[in-house]
Design a protein around this ligand. Structure first.
Ligand code: 5AD
Ligand code: SF4
Length: 414
């Protein structure tokens, strides 16, 4: 969009315009923008034009100019297609602010991407209607909206034409995607499956209550749909899940995992966890450790609860002390890291396809992804964008090592 106005990306120090894209999900992420703004002042006292974009802009539009008077532009996530006009306004000396959530989506107004690597992200859904009591997303990103079927398929084909071998469908609640004819995410996946040249399909992030039977079945039926599912549970305690307004319990989540594994036995399950939600007792935290032990995650993200302004949980009594949260997070992460390492170790000896995504640090080394989203290092002459068969020969906590697989005996015989 800005390139169309004659701008180009440069290294930080020389920029005329700096756009800080921000996250409001936890306090630490939200505070980062203020220290970043402070660092933009140059030695001679001058500074670039500064735009704050993203969810901090959406949530703290009025506060930002007070805390950081040097900010010229504040633009929310649903309004960033209007950035060029705002830059023009700010260049005229004023401050430009836009946190509208227009009914028509920004997507139609954004120019098409001009280049694409082998693994592409494609936003199909935005916003959230779930209102978990700790979470700002329903306020910063607004109500759930789904992009139309044809716009998504057109963009997917364009991405493949530009070299994408893999597409990850994105949405805050991606599995709530639905079109006007009542088709769900699994219909969309089936349509993507028919695009020649596209080899891998993924989607993230999913809510347990929107895992439809059709979507679960797609994991059994659609070969291009990769055996990986990010399905946050947040806590293993049904009482805490209720207080979080998650609208699923411990048992219903476990049953769901069972069904998904019945459809796709080798699926790698990933999750998000919050420790120290208000009122969480030792016994309730132990239930989180327990559900982790039962599910056995291939990877996961875990966080200390962070009270967010305006959310119901921030006003709850019994906020958990920081030292207790620290200790719980350490114990949970130790278990999750152990599981991730064990998952990687269990794949040693497997032959699998790897999509080569970039060069590694060592000469001749390339980095790619396995179907289970593991990072794979391999010495190979294969180029970026190739899918090669690899035998996994070593495993670390965060990646595995592979070797170009010799052709199987059956292939030699053929
Ligand atoms: N505090 C801590 N973690 C949070 N998340 C969302 N809101 C909060 C909060 N207030 C986590 C959830 C969610 C992930 C994207 O961020 O685990 O799944
Ligand atoms: Fe936030 Fe996810 Fe809950 Fe929506 S479903 S409120 S995005 S944690």
């Amino acid at each position: 969009m800005l390139a169309a106005q004659g701008m180009q990306a440069v290294d930080g120090g020389e920029a005329d315009l700096v756009v800080l894209n921000t996250c409001h999900i936890r306090e630490r992420a939200a505070e980062k923008v203020y220290s970043d703004i402070g660092r933009l002042r140059r030695e001679d006292g001058s500074r670039p034009m500064i735009a704050v974009a993203g969810c901090v802009a959406q949530a703290e539009a009025a506060e930002i100019p007070r805390r950081a008077p040097s900010v010229d532009i504040v633009v929310g996530p649903q309004a960033y297609h209007r950035l060029p006009g705002m830059i023009a306004a700010a260049a005229g000396g004023g401050r430009a602010l836009d946190t509208d959530m227009p009914a028509q989506t920004k997507f139609g107004a954004l120019p098409a991407r001009r280049s694409q690597g082998p693994s592409a992200f494609l936003t199909v859904q935005e916003g959230c209607d779930k209102f978990c009591t700790y979470c700002v997303v329903p306020y910063t990103r607004g109500a759930e909206i789904s992009r139309p079927w044809s716009a998504i398929l057109d963009e997917a084909k364009a991405l493949v034409d530009m070299g994408a071998k893999e597409i990850t469908l994105l949405g805050q609640n991606v599995n709530a995607w639905a079109d006007v004819d009542g088709r769900g995410l699994h219909h969309l996946i089936a349509a993507l499956d028919r695009i020649p040249g596209l080899h891998r399909i993924r989607y993230t992030t999913s809510h347990p209550n929107d895992m439809s039977e059709g979507l679960i079945r797609a994991h059994a039926d659609v070969e291009k749909l990769m055996p990986f599912l990010h399905l946050p549970v947040q806590s293993g305690s049904t009482r805490i899940l209720k207080a979080m307004n998650r609208s699923h319990g411990r048992d219903s989540y476990l049953r769901l995992i069972e069904q998904i594994r019945a459809a796709r036995p080798d699926i790698a399950v990933s999750g998000d966890f919050i420790v120290g939600f208000p009122g969480e007792t030792d016994a309730e935290f132990a239930e989180t450790l327990g559900i982790v032990a039962e599910v056995n995650y291939a990877q996961a993200y875990s966080f200390k609860y962070s009270p967010r302004p305006g959310t119901p949980a921030a006003a709850m009594d019994q906020q958990v002390a920081p030292e207790i949260m620290d200790e719980r997070l350490q114990r949970l992460q130790a278990l999750l890291n152990e599981q991730q390492h064990a998952f990687n170790q269990a794949s040693v000896g497997r032959r699998t396809d790897v999509l080569i995504e970039r060069r590694g640090k060592k000469p001749g080394q390339m980095l790619g992804k396995s179907p289970w989203l593991q990072s794979v290092h391999v010495q190979t002459g294969a180029r970026i964008g190739e899918i090669m068969e690899v035998e996994i020969v070593s495993a670390g906590p965060n990646s595995v090592g592979g070797r170009a697989a010799a052709p199987a005996l059956a292939e030699i015989a053929a």
